[in-house]
Design a protein around this ligand. Structure first.
Ligand SMILES: C[S@@+](CC[C@H](N)C(=O)[O-])C[C@H]1O[C@@H](n2cnc3c(N)ncnc32)[C@H](O)[C@@H]1O
Length: 227
């Protein structure tokens, strides 16, 4: 592991706005003091100190959506989630620098989230540019697969809204099909988001992956649906 990554991992341990899980088999959240914290069902009271809706950014990478949404929507609470700590570090540092009080980060596998969120504790989910897993044999790992929708249903309010941004045709088509076959309601779909999407200032937030256009895509796609 590079020195830079190691330094970020070390620094993250003492960030008051980062909670980390280190075990797949015994999931628990560790705070900046090195203590285990029970946040399931407690996010409003213990972390945000209000009853505002909680919105997750899954596969948040550097956390651009968490930071950007927290700045634009001060009447909501945001939690950026990713397994890669060195990426989360960037967003968490911005939150600290800008003294943003309605956003934190969680380092964990998304599969483990039912351990950390209670029934209906989360209102909405954004998933910007998740890995598309192009091979059909890995479709279960796509973050909009039926497997993951069942995970989200364990802690998202009934009819909670999911937003997907992607540059992948495969993931776009797969998600539309999954919505149709799994009792979800399609609210919006745009194959070429910046040509046709409805007015939503949150769609203007650009993640690192989108900015660099790592896949060389010619269109960015957006789907909004309810669970
Ligand atoms: C293609 S990157 C996109 C990052 C960011 N959303 C962006 O647009 O720049 C996908 C991210 O998903 C994270 N990820 C993939 N599967 C995950 C999982 N099961 N649990 C947590 N994070 C995951 C990876 O660590 C990576 O940061």
């Amino acid at each position: 592991m590079s020195k830079g990554k190691l330094a970020k991992f070390e620094a993250m341990k003492s960030m008051s706005n980062v909670f980390q899980n280190f075990s797949w088999h015994e999931p628990q959240l560790i705070n900046h003091l090195g203590n285990e914290v029970q946040l399931k069902g407690q996010w409003h009271e213990q972390i945000f100190g209000n009853n505002h809706p909680i919105v997750l950014e899954l596969a948040c990478g550097y956390g651009e959506y968490t930071v950007g949404m927290a700045q634009k929507r001060t009447d909501q609470n945001f939690i950026g989630i990713d397994i890669k700590g060195n990426r989360i570090y960037t967003g968490a540092q911005q939150i600290l620098d800008q003294r943003i009080s309605n956003a934190v980060f969680l380092r964990s596998s998304i599969e483990l989230l039912p351990h950390f969120f209670d029934t209906a504790e989360v209102n909405e989910i954004w998933i910007p540019f998740p890995d598309p897993f192009r091979r059909d044999s890995k479709s279960n790992r796509r973050l909009t697969s039926p497997y993951f929708l069942d995970i989200y249903r364990q802690f998202v309010v009934p009819n909670g809204i999911i937003h997907l941004k992607t540059d992948s045709d495969i993931l776009y088509e797969f998600t539309l099909q999954t919505i149709a076959e799994n009792g979800c309601t399609l609210l919006e779909s745009h194959y070429d988001l910046y040509q046709t999407a409805a007015d939503n200032e949150l769609l203007d937030i650009k993640t690192r992956y989108e900015r660099l256009n790592l896949s060389g895509a010619s269109t960015f796609k957006y789907i909004k649906f309810s669970l």
